[in-house]
Design a protein around this ligand. Structure first.
Ligand code: AGP
Length: 611
């Protein structure tokens, strides 16, 4: 989603801005731009549709010591040069903006009446005209931004420069993440620290309502009341290693292969000899778990599917668990039972719908808030009572893979801790816990074994290249795994894919079955296997083509209508974590055949920071 970079220095900032935008490309965008105040104190504005590389080509003659830059993901107004950021007013002020201004129509009307001419369809343009208007009334740049943000409704992360004050970069944040990178004789702003890896390790995260005056040698932060405030200086642990392909053709492929290591790191320090340790989750984890009688989990997309798998574990262990999509949760009324833990799951920690759901939940009487997250510096982490990190490492491919499997591992660990409380005083370790711990230890090796099936999955993927639709089937905890498999396929191959609980086929989707509708099924050797086999027979009887990932002891065999790929036997609890991996690989290889932009699929963003 939209990305911001800004810089003020004694050297030319254009290369820093362009490099920063390249580092934000993984977030997804459709156009890019920058504005730099040059030595003649004029605003040099460059914008282009498509890749940052296109912008770079038209920036070779741009130099200056202060500037802002942006990658845009269209919300108001189609992807076009005129809608790309920065937006300017009277060639005086330039603004980059993440978020959405909800009262932009009212502001637009009053600004038009005051004589401002609009050159874009964006909500952002009202911000820059409003700042310009306040400056025309005599305000300095900082005061003008301060007055303007007081008139905005909605969400914003802002970077503002003006040719009238070329020694000042102003930043403001409400609802959209923004941080300040601290350099030596230079300072920066960015929507996430990955943009600043080569130039800053120290940084400050702005809080909602904050404004900052940034020069090359100083940073002053003010809260929403205009009071000067100190914000914690943090140190980033990001490095370039995580953002390089390392011999893989795509980040998605690299991240699928990294799951073995990622899961090992998720488990690191959290397992005792035969039990799950609670202390590594944080000092307050034990108390929060003790307070928990039931669970409400809210998330989006793949993270929602992780929650949906975990619901099977929690309820099997006797913990009532309700799972909901964040964008729905936030717009309805709720009944909250005492002792309900509100849990969010998010790879990025910045998903706006999930964040808004958490803010709402905090007003509703939940016992505590717990976030399962992959990004330490993120908004959800800061807003939650407790965060349990997934330790997946940086995920760059828009299609989530290692983030999902590490979420599942983390959720299983949490489920085991809560199960102990359902069994007794929360301290006693029983055989089932020891068994799950043993199985978890074998999981990285088992993931490796599944990845070794890649050649067979490539052979399978050839049957999908010319298809327009696909069905995915699963039962029990593997129903959400089927949903995740369908999401992966549609995200990166653009093939329309739907998932069904296999028992639902006969209630409608069976009408779709013919030889052009490949049906993918996950068939672990669990208590629902025989039921699933009957559902698969319903497909075969109607001429459907089946592609089944099945336990080698399932008894399912390949024939003319059915391609079975055998997976080694696996313990029931960890089976969903394993069975999603071949579905990720299938989607990847189908997308490769289709020649799509696998790491940055069309219309999608990695970090979804708008509603
Ligand atoms: C996953 O492949 C998707 N790109 C998407 O569904 C993602 O999981 C969703 O937007 C939620 O993101 P989060 O985990 O960062 O909150």
């Amino acid at each position: 989603m939209c990305g911001i970079v800004g810089a003020i220095s004694n050297r030319d900032v254009t290369p820093i801005l362009v490099d920063g935008l390249k580092r934000l490309e993984y977030r997804g965008y459709d156009s890019a731009g920058l504005a730099v105040v040059d030595a003649q104190q004029s605003l040099d504005l460059k914008r282009s549709v498509g890749r940052v590389a296109n912008l770079e080509k038209i920036c070779s003659d741009v130099t200056g010591t202060i500037g802002v830059a942006h990658t845009r993901w269209a919300t108001h107004g189609r992807p076009a040069q005129r809608n790309a950021h920065p937006h300017t007013s009277s060639s005086q002020v330039a603004v980059v903006h993440n978020g959405i201004i909800e009262n932009h129509q009212e502001l637009r009307a009053s600004q038009k009446a005051a004589g401002f001419v609009f050159s874009s369809e964006t909500d952002t343009e009202v911000i820059v005209h409003q700042i310009d208007w306040h400056m025309q009334q005599g305000a300095g740049l900082f005061k003008a931004v301060q007055k303007t943000v007081g008139e905005l409704e909605g969400a914003y992360g802002l970077g503002v420069v003006s040719k009238q004050q070329p020694d000042l970069l102003v930043a403001a944040r409400s609802g959209s993440p923004l941080l300040i990178g601290l350099g030596e004789g230079e300072n920066f702003i960015a929507s996430d620290m990955s943009a600043l890896i080569p130039v800053a390790q120290k940084y400050i995260v702005l809080e909602d309502g904050d404004l900052a005056k940034i020069t090359s040698n100083s940073v002053e932060v003010f809260d929403s009341n205009g009071q000067a405030v100190e914000r914690e200086i943090r140190t980033s642990t990001l490095s370039d290693d995580e953002t390089e392909l390392g011999g893989f053709a795509h980040f998605m492929k690299k991240e699928i292969h990294e799951q073995t290591r990622a899961i090992t790191e998720t488990l690191e320090g959290r397992l005792g000899a035969n039990n799950v340790l609670e202390l590594p989750f944080g000092e307050n984890a034990r108390e929060i778990f003790d307070n928990t009688k039931e669970l409400k989990i809210v998330a989006c997309g793949t993270s929602f599917y992780a929650a949906s798998v975990a619901r099977y574990w929690f309820e099997e262990f006797g913990i009532k668990c309700d799972v909901e999509i964040a964008s729905e949760y936030r717009y309805r009324k709720h009944v909250v039972n005492p002792g309900t833990l509100f849990m969010t799951i998010s790879q990025s920690g910045e998903t706006l719908d999930t964040m808004a759901a958490l803010e709402m939940a905090k007003t509703l009487g939940y016992s505590n808030t717990l976030c399962v997250c992959n990004v330490p510096e993120s908004s959800l982490v800061r807003a939650s009572d407790l965060t349990i990190f997934t330790h997946a490492g940086r995920e760059i491919g828009v299609a989530s893979t290692k983030a999902f499997t590490t979420q599942l591992v983390t959720l299983l660990l949490i489920a085991v801790c809560l199960r102990r409380r359902m069994q007794g005083d929360g301290r006693r370790i029983d055989d089932m816990e020891s068994e799950i711990v043993r199985e978890l230890r074998t999981l990285p090796q088992q993931i490796d074994n599944v990845i070794e099936l890649e050649e067979q999955i490539i052979a399978m993927s050839k049957h999908f290249g010319n298809k327009e639709h696909a069905l995915f089937l699963g039962r029990g905890a593997h129903f959400p795994i089927a949903m995740e498999g369908a999401l992966k396929l549609k995200e990166i191959s653009y093939i329309h894919a739907e998932a069904y609980a296999a028992g639902e086929l006969k209630h409608g989707p069976l009408a779709l079955i013919d030889e052009d509708m490949p049906v993918v099924a996950v068939a672990p050797n669990d208590e629902l296997l025989e039921k699933l086999k009957s559902n698969l027979e319903e497909v075969r009887a109607r001429g459907g083509k089946l592609f089944v990932f099945a336990d080698e002891e399932s008894g399912l065999q390949s024939d003319d209508e059915t391609m079975v790929l055998n997976v080694a036997p696996v313990h029931n609890h960890i089976a969903p974590i394993l069975y999603v991996v071949p579905l990720q690989l299938l989607a990847y290889h189908v997308a490769l055949i289709k020649g799509t932009d696998i790491d940055k699929p069309r219309n999608l963003a990695k970090s979804v920071t708008v509603e």
